[in-house]
Design a protein. Structure first.
Length: 202
């Protein structure tokens, strides 16, 4: 008796992707989960600072919103940059910034910390005291300021190499010349002013 012929048949399964879903040969759709958005990028911030409000800004994936500590700070839009103000309190302020898409998916958080310091530094120590009366057209002002502080003379920051200083200051007029000195810390706080009076005589 003749045996029936055996024919190997290769069955091809065609899989296509349509609108975010797998579509098989039988037409069945298997939904896929789109990737969550990329974490936002936070630009440079001013820290330490004495300000109680600061504008955070940076970049993000287009088509996302920005949440700061769980609150929507920037609504969903097509932009790839963002900015939002944040209120600050004394001490260390930490913010978690997250991007969210139209599906409600959240990115990994980006974190930024801002230190607020509103305490004024101590004023400069003047030692020795300059003469109160002189015929010279300039006078030497010497003294010291605190660590990480800057010396301010008559409203201008004077670069120093250390915490001590010895600087010549002009006495431009005959009579009373007033020299005002202060210390300024890294947060921008300024001390009370030390006022020196030097009488230039002919």
């Amino acid at each position: 008796m003749r045996r029936p012929a055996v024919v190997d048949v290769a069955v091809a399964v065609v899989v296509t992707i349509v609108a975010g879903a797998f579509v098989g040969a039988a037409g069945a759709c298997v939904p896929t989960t789109p990737a969550p958005p990329e974490p936002p990028v936070i630009g440079l911030v001013e820290t330490p600072t004495h300000d109680k409000v600061q504008l955070l800004r940076g970049s993000k994936q287009a088509g996302t919103a920005i949440d700061i500590d769980g609150v929507v700070a920037v609504s969903l839009d097509g932009e790839n940059t963002w900015e939002a103000p944040v209120a600050l309190v004394e001490g260390l302020n930490t913010f978690n910034v997250v991007a969210s898409d139209a599906r409600g998916q959240l990115s990994q958080p980006a974190t930024v910390a801002i230190l607020v310091d509103t305490d004024a530094p101590s004023p400069p120590v003047i030692d020795p005291a300059p003469p109160t009366r002189t015929q010279d057209a300039s006078v030497i002002i010497a003294g010291s300021i605190g660590e990480s502080e800057r010396l301010v003379i008559d409203g201008d920051v004077v670069p120093l190499q250390s915490t001590t200083f010895s600087l010549a200051r002009d006495l431009p007029i005959l009579g009373d010349n007033t020299i005002r000195l202060a210390s300024r810390d890294l947060a921008g706080n300024e001390s009370s002013v030390v006022e020196l009076h030097v009488d230039r005589v002919a």
